[in-house]
Design a protein. Structure first.
Length: 192
């Protein structure tokens, strides 16, 4: 029996291509998925040339729709998985911009918090998802403590608005904020 040749890796195949062939492949990849195009635009341009505001605003609109739905009259369902996937996809595009990733994660938490304030207690799974995302947000700020000032008011507002929400949610939010402030050396614990 003849041994099968090992398959070439994508990297090996790409190295064999001519410049024009690579360009054609990259253009086709950007047509397949908008996130691919956005990634390339952000990756290839200087940060001064990138329209972060539009990118973040569009992502926030999608997150809002996945949580609140499209209409107060429609039979909407929470789509937390899709909202978190939007954050994950954007995070890949924004990997060199932690403040924008943190902004999207905090927005998700704020939006879920507003949802439960409007419609009442949801489920343990819902709150676990929100707490997990808020923990990710806090870890970004611990890693990049200078970002705290950008989000300070939103964090303190979230703590106030999360009070009296069930399933131990508000306690978890406060514990995570305490962890954050302790690890970045903030005096804001007095304001909670």
């Amino acid at each position: 029996m003849e041994k099968e040749k090992p398959k070439k890796t994508i990297k090996a195949i790409l190295k064999e291509l001519e410049k024009d062939e690579l360009i054609e492949i990259i253009i086709e990849i950007t047509k397949i998925n908008q996130k691919n195009k956005e990634f390339l635009e952000i990756f290839l341009n200087d940060s001064d040339e990138i329209n972060f505001e539009k990118f973040i605003t569009d992502a926030k609109k999608k997150i809002f729709r996945f949580i609140f739905g499209t209409s107060v009259y429609a039979n909407n369902q929470l789509k937390l998985r899709e909202a978190k996937k939007e954050i994950s996809d954007c995070s890949k595009v924004l990997k060199n911009y932690p403040s924008h990733i943190a902004d999207l994660k905090l927005y998700y938490v704020e939006t879920c918090n507003a949802f439960t304030k409007e419609f009442g207690d949801i489920s343990e799974q819902f709150y676990n998802s929100v707490i997990s995302t808020f923990e990710d947000f806090c870890n970004i700020l611990v890693k990049h403590p200078l970002l705290y000032e950008i989000f300070r008011e939103r964090i303190l507002n979230l703590v106030r608005k999360s009070r009296d929400i069930g399933w131990g949610y508000s306690d978890s939010i406060e514990e995570l904020v305490y962890y954050l402030m302790k690890n970045i050396g903030s005096d804001d614990l007095l304001e909670m």
